[in-house]
Write a protein that binds this ligand. Structure first.
Ligand code: ADP
Length: 347
């Protein structure tokens, strides 16, 4: 069971990521939403080009699928430079960073995803690289150890994290810009869906794009994955209509996939069912929910909970997660009474 969990979750994420890459905007002006972030980046890019300086180091944080990697990959296109990509868990020791740092060209970008998972030794190794574009390499051991100081070409580090709170203070302070990405509005997601439907040569009516957007958990990555499903449904379902995707067809496709009218999918509902039916609505620690659902705690806190929190299906308390009346209503369960009941919002 545990093994199955470990194998299936990343596999699903991989196909999503490959599809994402195909639909990713290439330039800042193609990016929809996150307007203030995009505006600030445009200024930084213009300044870097005019002053002929590398862009300052940038940290993006926010829930998965909101565009951290997208912004990172757009920047080298804007600057006419190159990008190398790695991630915190892949960098277990300073030597793992060396090839990236030494391959950097002047003004190049090094992107580190999940930077909060980079071990402390690597973090400390990277500080002088960020500050002075140099690294200290220790050769040999014990009394024979020597430190060589190596100069690097001026570059830009872009970090992405779903947990900015887990990043150390010194690491965070070394980023010149820190940009937080927020969930998208239905309107913004509908624009993204319409653009991506065109990229996929899928004719779609505007209200169908809105229907998909409403049911995408505020997240472009989810919108893309819903769009791919609707495309398959449109092409493959026996009595699916000819012609463009209509709102009705989009609705049927998403109903079939068990995505509900709020955009929650089976996994989201299973979370709420566990919290309500097993734990009486909470308060319950995330570990207990994870163990019952057989899902890693990180997946719960990084991928499932942020949207449920934002939409107030759950709230966080010092004693754990609590289901709100909205969650009880969604599942058709009787909400507990405010004074008494197994769990209330205010106990
Ligand atoms: P993150 O790195 O935050 O997990 P990504 O940058 O990989 O998220 O975004 C997932 C996908 O969503 C992208 O590949 C892209 O297709 C789409 N996307 C994200 N942000 C935007 C945006 N602002 N405009 C258009 N598409 C976007």
């Amino acid at each position: 069971m545990a093994r199955e969990k470990i194998l299936t979750a990343p596999a699903a994420a991989d196909t999503d990521r490959q599809r994402d890459a195909a639909l990713r905007p290439k330039l800042l002006r193609e990016v929809v939403g996150q307007q203030k972030v995009a505006d600030r980046l445009q200024i930084a890019v213009n300044a870097a080009k005019k002053l002929k300086e590398p862009l300052g180091h940038i940290l993006f944080d926010g829930p998965p699928g909101l565009g951290k990697t997208t912004f990172a990959t757009v920047l080298p296109n804007e600057l006419g430079s190159t990008i190398q990509m790695t991630s915190g868990p892949a960098l277990s020791k300073p030597a793992d960073l060396l090839p990236f740092l030494t391959n950097l060209e002047t003004g190049g970008i090094l992107f580190i995803d999940e930077i909060h998972r980079m071990p402390r030794v690597v973090e400390e190794f990277i500080y002088p690289a960020m500050e002075d574009f140099r690294i200290d390499i220790v050769l040999g051991e014990g009394v024979n150890a020597r430190t060589i100081n190596m100069k690097l070409k001026p570059f830009t580090l872009i970090g992405a994290t779903t947990r900015s709170g887990m990043l150390s203070g010194p690491m965070r302070d070394r980023f010149k810009m820190q940009e937080h990405l927020e969930y998208y509005t239905v309107d913004e997601l509908a624009r993204i869906v319409a653009i991506n439907a065109r990229k996929l040569d899928l004719p779609m009516q505007p209200d169908a794009a809105v229907e998909l957007a409403r049911r995408s958990r505020g997240t472009p990555r989810v919108a893309n994955s819903r769009l791919y499903w609707v495309r398959s449904y449109h092409a493959g379902y026996p009595d699916a209509a000819e012609g463009p995707v209509t709102a009705e067809l989009a609705r049927r496709a998403l109903d079939m996939q068990e995505v509900d009218r709020d955009g929650l999918d089976k996994q989201d509902r299973r979370y709420l069912e566990t919290l309500i039916d097993v734990f009486g609505g909470g308060p319950t620690g995330v570990e207990a929910i994870g163990a019952t659902m057989n899902i890693a705690n990180d997946t719960l806190t990084d991928e499932i909970e942020p949207y449920l929190l934002r939409e107030q299906f759950i709230v966080r308390s010092p004693r754990g997660r609590i289901a709100t009346p909205r969650a009880f209503e969604l599942l058709g369960r009787m909400p507990p009474k405010p004074n008494g009941g197994p769990a209330t919002l205010f106990d």
